[in-house]
Ligand binder design. Structure first.
Ligand code: SF4
Ligand code: SF4
Length: 683
């Protein structure tokens, strides 16, 4: 027995020594901070931080690769606790909320077959993408609901997920498990930056809106008498509902699906109704502002585009200041429209709303005279956005020196000066953008008056340039260098000087980016495009600047280059296009400053994108469109400046909102629902 005890004791000592040795050999150091942060994290392992679990996120936080507020499930208290452990200041974080993007459940949507398999959306999606005809419709089997670690989702009576916003932490689990991409995370910042894509359910009207307003959503809010909510939805993409509600050319109404039944929904008068509601209430409704970024942005130009850009830059958390050359904001909105269409008081209330949101304005400040791009960058602005509508005329007005933007001048000014006898060279290295005989004349004149290099950059091919082979050969002999099917993509400079220009071929087999030494850029007729100037650190620590172009909007016909034909920047047809361009410019600046991809989503719906839609509807009852009440002819004579269109009454607005079919990609509200709603509201 004693020997047995000795053997057991010896074995115990041996094992203990072995374990002690192993713990020394295989010792892994665990940073006490990682342990402390892991302890502070909620342990949900939801993956919302983008890491495989709480432990991995704790390590990332301690290594400085993730923010103390990266845990979406933890909320502000846990973020503050982690920041205290890390000894860092907590940066503000905007909460994300899950938003289902399908509005017609399996009982209301067209089906290809009846699914009777495993109750899991991922399994159902394997059968031809699911039972719905709509390729992006919710399958209604609730995989997202079961996956949500915070019990924030439930299935509604229409077999669509419903989000409990109080419980949703924005962890994104639902987004990740949904095989159809129905649920996405959203926030005010994300909604301001949104572009419609082929992956989501969109109505024909909203796809046609140059500002990108979520039209069905605001009409639904009007139907439910949530007028303030309707204003907020509109202002997510358009800060001018009073103006647009009066003067917009409303391309949305031409594309309204209701045209297949009777007449389009009065989309624009409905917008005006809620905008008037806001004005008459005297209470400003704003899109909530994102976390403060501490960045300052200058916007040159106080027209619709500049004010829109400044408003969204402010809402995205930046400090934005508008520099306007005249004594008032609003640009052509003030001068181009009669009082009886757009009363000045109404316009001013809308503009004051933008200032009320926090946008600053410096009036009577002229570019090139009172300030320059260089001075704005030196003052600490992180970016300068040139909202340029109509700059061509203003540039040429400036006492014979049209170089208000560094190195840029109008081709027409150069030719006129020469016709008047001036013989000085345009510059040492000149680039001329655009074709035509005038461009070729300017190229030759530049060389004759001392320029050393002249580049002629055309979007068109050699064959479609309008130049004969002889003209091209002759110009080339004079040292003009042609770049066909090419576009300017960037300007680079220092102080008040342009130093380089980069161009890129639009041909698939073309050369990539080419950077040329250029000190003078001549542009042809047309409006100068929008440009964002940003600071650039050159070699040897010298400060310079470069330009970035806002990402091309849905109406741009070409993707590359700064002068993109067909989009608002070069061809304003309506104020709503300027508004759309202003929001996209603000988004581009924000993306640049926050290190996000500057490009539009690859699936963004463009004018030429083919989107699944309908060419006939049934069964939908006809309902007459509400007529806009107008001032009587006698009253018009009595007061010619009085506003002619008087706006819908509340009763009219709600009735008209009930005409909306609440369209999805191919779904829409059917007969019963329309009649029910119309009756409910006419009661
Ligand atoms: S949102 Fe996605 S996961 Fe949730 S029920 Fe619909 S298809 Fe299924
Ligand atoms: S019926 Fe409504 S949702 Fe459909 S296109 Fe017209 S306004 Fe848009």
């Amino acid at each position: 027995m004693i020997s047995g005890l000795l053997i057991m004791g010896g074995l115990g000592i041996l094992c203990g020594a072995g374990l002690a040795l192993a713990s020394k050999i295989f010792y892994v150091y665990v940073d006490p901070k990682v342990e402390a942060v892991t302890g502070a994290l909620p342990g949900a392992n939801c993956g919302g931080c983008g890491k495989p679990g709480c432990g991995a996120n704790a390590e990332a936080i301690v290594k400085g690769k993730a923010s103390p507020s990266s845990c979406v499930a933890g909320g502000p208290d846990i973020a503050a606790e982690i920041a205290a452990i890390m000894g860092v200041k907590l940066e503000a974080r905007e909460p994300d909320i899950a938003r289902p993007g399908c509005t017609y459940g399996t009982q209301d949507a067209d089906l290809k077959y009846i699914y009777d398999g495993v109750m899991d959306c991922r399994a159902a999606a394997l059968l031809g993408g699911g039972s719905k005809v709509c390729p992006i419709g919710c399958l209604g089997l609730g995989t997202c609901v079961r996956a949500c670690p915070f019990n924030a989702l439930s299935m509604g009576p229409d077999y669509l997920p419903v989000v409990n916003v109080e419980r949703c932490t924005g962890c994104g689990t639902c987004e990740r498990v949904c095989p159809k991409g129905i649920i996405t995370l959203t926030s005010n910042t994300r909604r301001i930056q949104a572009e419609y894509t082929t992956d989501e359910c969109t109505a024909p009207c909203q796809r046609a809106c140059p500002a990108g307003i979520d039209i069905p959503a605001y009409i639904l809010a009007i139907r439910e008498k949530k007028f303030g909510e309707a204003v907020r939805i509109i202002k997510e993409t358009n800060p001018f509902p009073l103006v647009c509600g009066r003067i917009c050319v409303h391309p949305c109404e031409f594309d309204c699906r209701r045209n297949l039944v009777d007449n389009s929904v009065a989309i624009n008068p409905l917008k005006r109704f809620v905008a008037d509601y806001e004005m008459n209430s005297g209470q400003r409704i704003h899109v909530p502002r994102g976390p403060e970024t501490g960045k300052r942005i200058a916007v040159i130009g106080g027209g619709a585009e500049g004010l829109t850009a400044a408003y969204y830059l402010n809402r995205l958390g930046h400090e934005s200041t508008v520099y306007e050359g005249t004594e008032r904001l609003g640009g052509l909105l003030h001068t181009g429209l009669p009082e009886n269409r757009l009363p000045r008081q109404t316009l001013e209330w809308e503009i004051n709303g933008i200032l009320d949101a926090g946008v600053k304005a410096n009036l009577n400040q002229k570019l090139g005279k009172d300030f320059t791009i260089e001075s704005l960058l030196k003052e600490g602005n992180s970016a300068v956005f040139v909202a340029t509508g109509g700059w061509d005329t203003r540039m040429s007005e400036k006492d014979g020196d049209s170089k208000m933007l560094p190195g840029v001048q109008l081709l027409v000014d150069f030719l006129l000066k020469h016709r008047e006898g001036a013989k000085q060279a345009a510059g040492r290295n000149v680039m001329i953008l655009g074709g035509g005989k005038a461009a070729l004349d300017a190229a030759r004149l530049s060389l004759q008056t001392g320029s050393q290099k002249v580049y002629l950059v055309l979007r068109k091919s050699k064959e479609r340039s309008g130049y004969s082979d002889e003209e091209i050969m002759s110009a080339e002999k004079e040292s003009v260098v042609f770049f066909f099917e090419s576009a300017m993509t960037k300007m680079l400079g220092r102080g008040g000087d342009l130093t380089q220009v980069s161009i890129r071929s639009s041909r698939a087999d073309g050369q990539g980016e080419v950077i040329l030494d250029v000190d003078t850029l001549m542009i042809g007729t047309g409006r100068f495009p929008e440009l964002i100037y940003i600071p650039r650190m050159e070699e040897q620590g010298k400060e310079g600047w470069e330009t970035v172009a806002p990402y091309p909007g849905p109406f741009a016909m070409e993707d590359i280059g700064i002068f993109r034909p067909g989009e608002a920047g070069s061809d304003y047809k309506a104020v709503v296009e300027a508004i759309g361009a202003g929001r996209r410019a603000a988004n581009s600046v924000h993306r640049f400053l926050t290190g996000l991809d500057m490009n539009a989503p690859s699936t963004m719906i463009r004018k030429a994108t083919r989107v699944l839609t309908l060419d006939k509807l049934e069964p939908v009852s006809t309902i007459p469109r509400q007529e806009m009440p107008e001032l009587s002819p006698e009253d018009r004579i009595g007061d010619p400046s009085a506003e002619i269109a008087l706006g819908f009454s509340e009763e009219q607005a709600v009735k008209e909102a009930c005409r909306c079919l609440q369209c999805g990609l191919i779904c829409y509200s059917r007969l019963q629902r329309i009649e029910h709603s119309a009756k409910a509201h006419s009661a």
